[in-house]
Design a protein around this ligand. Sequence first.
Ligand code: ZN
Length: 145
Amino acid sequence: MKAPREMDRQIILDHHRRPRHFGVLPEANRVGAGHNPVCGDEVQVMLRVNGNVIEQAGFTAKGCAISVASASLMTSLMQGKTLAEARDLAAKFSTMMQTGEAPAELGESAALQGVHTLHTRVKCASLAWKTLESLLEKGTTQAEA
Ligand code: ZN
């Protein structure tokens, strides 16, 4: 098992200690809930979408450090993105969880690339992204990582 690089670890710890965009998002018009039964992580992702642009993304979560940090990184990345860009980024994140290769578009979220070697934690890291993907597809929904 390869440990995540030190800088990546610092980013993950920081987003766990001080989650960005945490809390109920006022005027959210798309809401999705996700649950990872393996670890017990729960996340709620909220978006305020105007036209085809995500004006704001927010979340609430109860779970392990990786699941919370990942939701914080995901919502940070999604601010101001179009729905098509959001879908594309979520797909890239999913690929990164399989390959460990991080494309530049993922920005700070690439800090989670090392998780791909820690098989039991992939579901923790993916939960917020899977929840986002399913709510982009269906509007308001329930996802399981
Ligand atoms: Zn977890």
